[in-house]
Design a binder for this molecule. Structure first.
Ligand SMILES: C[S@@+](CC[C@H](N)C(=O)[O-])C[C@H]1O[C@@H](n2cnc3c(N)ncnc32)[C@H](O)[C@@H]1O
Length: 238
């Protein structure tokens, strides 16, 4: 894939803010066949330090609410201003995905990159805690780090060089996610598939000098990549 939009963001300031495999390439691939009009109100759920939020405003023309649990909204707002944006079209919010502080049917779309696996593994989550905030006909676009095939009962040693079994419990295969997502009613599942950007997104991340990236290198350099993928989940609210 040619990352026409993401390639403009390979700058030091962006590299310092990313928290995992290149979230911009993942976002660009995730949204490539989804038609969300300019001016739409979009939640970047689990936005982290807001790199994807900036991307969604600048490249797609959305009004974005950057909702995240671990990051500091004041720090995120400073970053947004540094990137030339204002509260007119990008709003940082400290929020827990399981208790979102928004009005029902507020969003045209939700984008969630490398975060849904932290809170969305409960079969009730989607229908009860996220779907109500999306307009009928609106989209939920998710990219999660995944496994090609679940192997939690017999974890390959390469995976254990960087991650504990408890951390790996957040990572699953397409079959697992299909089962979780299908439990929600009132949705149309547009697609659940393996993403093409997986390898490039990982390579970009591993070349960062972020301490978490350095830790992840142990497994990936030992060949753990053959067990891993990124999974796209595209949903429309009926
Ligand atoms: C690996 S980071 C990814 C951040 C960002 N989306 C990116 O790709 O750069 C995972 C993010 O999930 C967020 N997260 C985890 N649990 C959450 C929850 N219950 N509610 C909201 N955000 C959560 C964390 O705050 C963290 O920023």
């Amino acid at each position: 894939m040619n990352y026409i939009k993401s390639k403009n963001y390979d700058t030091e300031i962006v590299r310092q803010k990313i928290m995992g495999p290149n979230p911009l390439k993942l976002t660009e691939e995730l949204l490539k066949d989804i038609d969300i009009p300019k001016g739409s109100t979009v939640m970047d759920l689990g936005s982290g330090q807001g790199v994807t939020s900036v991307f969604l405003v600048k490249e797609y023309g959305f009004r974005v609410f950057a909702a995240d649990l671990w990051s500091d909204p004041s720090e995120n707002m400073r970053f947004f201003e540094q990137m030339g944006l204002s509260a007119e079209n990008i709003i940082p919010i400290h929020a827990d995905a399981t208790a979102l502080p928004f009005a029902e049917e507020f969003f045209d779309a939700v984008v969630c990159i490398d975060a849904y696996n932290f809170f969305g593994r409960d079969k009730e989550y989607l229908g009860k805690h996220l779907l109500p905030f999306v307009k009928h006909g609106g989209y939920i676009c998710i990219a999660v780090p995944g496994m090609k095939k679940d192997c939690h009962a017999d974890i390959p040693p390469e995976l254990l060089l960087s991650w504990t079994p408890e951390q790996l419990d957040y990572i699953h295969d397409i079959r697992y996610w299909t089962d979780i997502i299908s439990a929600a009613s009132g949705i149309e599942i547009l697609s659940i598939h393996e993403m093409e950007s997986n390898e490039e997104a990982w390579n970009d991340w591993l070349s960062c000098d972020n301490p978490y990236a350095i830790e992840d290198r142990k497994s990936m350099e030992a060949g753990a990549g053959k067990y891993m993928n990124f999974i796209a989940i595209l949903i429309r609210r009926r």
